[in-house]
Design a protein around this ligand. Structure first.
Ligand code: GLU
Length: 255
């Protein structure tokens, strides 16, 4: 199976912006094992800005563009250094790809990206993708990594996109506010009714929320790719997902 796993800042970093070592180490171990089992894995990783905040000892998530971009430049290094080191323990080679919206809108550049991705997978490497936050301005920004994950899944013609988040999946109401909220295990189609279930953006250092996740689902489902939202707290759920077990909320791709 060719699978794109998107991991959010809320999984990779503590609210201080410092790395969540336990989560990152578990994620690397499970992804390495999935590769060993013969799956093709592509990782879309957030956390550049969050980890830059931690490393530069900034008081919180910056609001101005130059500080955000400076934090991303610092944090992206930290992120790739860590992935490189940890994946090496399991004998896997990582490759960094940084994209902007412009890169995938332009046909030639998108094809270059797709060809590189394909070749990296053939060579057995594990592509790790993030937005090129240091150059992306509002006009050319993808904006959030849920959407970036969907773009990557489409370009890679993946069978499955998994969004590892700080929430179990899509609920009938906001579970942080309503204790009666129930997890929806399967969504056959993202209808307007489903869309009204999505609240605003997440909290802290994270960027996306349920709305960006539903948009991602629509994008990949339209090309026949399934999408799962699940909690990144325990990356071992990826084993269940690879075995086809029910985890989180699965959005079914059009077949
Ligand atoms: N590209 C941003 C970062 O790495 C994250 C965007 C997102 O999480 O949606 O910090």
């Amino acid at each position: 199976m060719r699978i794109v796993v998107k991991v959010g800042t809320s999984t990779l970093a503590h609210s201080t912006g410092r790395m969540n070592i336990r989560h990152v180490e578990e994620l690397v171990k499970v992804l390495s094992d999935l590769k060993n089992a013969g799956h093709e894995v592509i990782l879309v990783s957030s956390g550049a800005i969050g980890m830059g905040v931690g490393k530069l000892n900034l008081p919180g998530k910056p609001t101005d563009m130059p500080t955000k971009q400076a934090a991303a430049a610092v944090g992206q290094c930290e992120l790739m250094y860590t992935y490189d080191r940890l994946f090496l323990q399991y004998n896997h080679t990582v490759a960094q790809i940084l994209l902007t919206g412009e890169d995938v809108d332009d046909q030639q550049r998108r094809e270059n990206f797709e060809n590189t991705l394909e070749r990296l997978l053939e060579l057995g490497a594990l592509p790790i993708i993030n937005e090129n936050d240091t150059v992306a301005t509002a006009e050319i920004k993808v904006g959030d990594n849920d959407t970036l994950g969907a773009i990557v899944a489409k370009c890679a013609k993946a069978e499955l996109l998994v969004l590892l988040s700080d929430i179990e999946g899509l609920y009938t109401a906001d579970p942080r506010k309503d204790p009666a909220a129930k997890l929806i295990p399967v969504v056959e189609e993202v209808t307007p009714d489903i869309e009204t279930l999505a609240g605003g953006v997440g909290s802290g250092l994270a960027t996306g929320g349920m709305a960006t996740k539903l948009r991602a689902a629509k994008m990949v489902n339209a090309v026949g790719c399934d999408m799962i939202i699940t909690n990144g707290e325990h990356p071992e759920v990826l084993y269940d997902i690879a075995e086809g077990k029910a985890v989180g909320t699965r959005f079914i791709g059009k077949k």
